[in-house]
Design a protein around this ligand. Structure first.
Ligand code: ADE
Length: 252
């Protein structure tokens, strides 16, 4: 039986998705609230983990063990590392890496010790379905109706783009241009940075659960992040994610 787990890191990232649930019930475990119900008739569990790798990994494990999810979708925001990305663009993670993992000189930098793996890859079928849903939302321009013109114009979001590629995670909020430049030099393929995707990807890999990590760019991971991030979270992210997830379910 198919059961989908939808995770975010903060309430604002999932509240729009919780609103899509029919027959919604709540269950508390490990200081987290799991929202259970259906979207388009498919059993779905929605939860926010709180920030960071430990919180994300334990939440993903609980979804797999306690709630028997058969696939996982992470939705949230990220800071742009790639210079071409703008606030409002969406990144789907093809590969996830933990930028703060470093057991040198015993292991190569970034490699997960004793797992001999550096990158975790998302499920290609799920990735294709999400890409189709995102492009549909962009083409229909339904975001304007859902989010509001004024809010989108705050960041000059006119024609958001979808990019598929590498996402890096670590227990750091990027708020200085030097931090961004250092990561860009070390891992030039990384599109954006966040704090949960790669640990969730690792847990899903270990338990053989297909996953995708979807991130909307909320800031440019530099000296402006501490201003842009809270505004994006408060006014845009929840509606953005809900609109796309609604469309993903329509592809099932
Ligand atoms: N998530 C959203 N913006 C971020 C940033 N600048 N650093 C880390 N995680 C983020």
């Amino acid at each position: 039986k198919r059961t989908i787990g939808i995770m975010g890191a903060m309430p604002e990232e999932i509240e729009g998705v919780v609103a899509l649930l029919t027959n919604c019930t709540k269950l508390s475990m490990g200081k987290r609230t799991y929202f259970l119900g259906q979207i388009n008739g498919i059993d779905t569990i929605v939860v926010f983990s709180r920030w960071g790798k430990v919180a994300a990994a334990t939440t993903a494990t609980t979804l797999i063990h306690e709630f028997k999810i058969t696939e996982l979708l992470f939705t949230g925001v990220a800071g742009a590392i790639n210079a071409d990305l703008k606030i409002g663009d969406i990144v789907l993670g093809k590969r996830l890496i933990q930028h703060d993992m470093d057991a040198r000189p015993l292991m190569p930098q970034y490699e997960i010790p004793l797992l001999s793996q550096t990158y975790f890859e998302s499920d290609t079928t799920d990735l294709g379905r999400a890409a189709k849903a995102i492009n549909t939302v962009f083409e229909n321009k339904s975001l304007h109706a859902v989010i509001g013109y004024k809010e989108l114009m705050e960041f000059n979001i006119t024609q958001p783009r979808l990019v598929i590629g590498d996402i890096a995670s670590g227990d750091q909020f990027f708020s200085r241009t030097e931090q961004k430049q250092a990561l860009n030099t070390q891992l030039p393929n990384v599109l954006c940075v966040e704090m949960e995707g790669a640990p969730v990807a690792q847990v899903c890999y270990e338990y053989e659960v297909p996953f995708i990590i979807m991130r909307t760019i909320s800031d440019t991971a530099d000296d402006k992040s501490h201003i842009d991030f809270p505004f994006f979270i408060k006014n845009i992210s929840s509606k953005y994610a809900a609109e796309i997830i609604k469309n993903i379910y329509e592809q099932f």
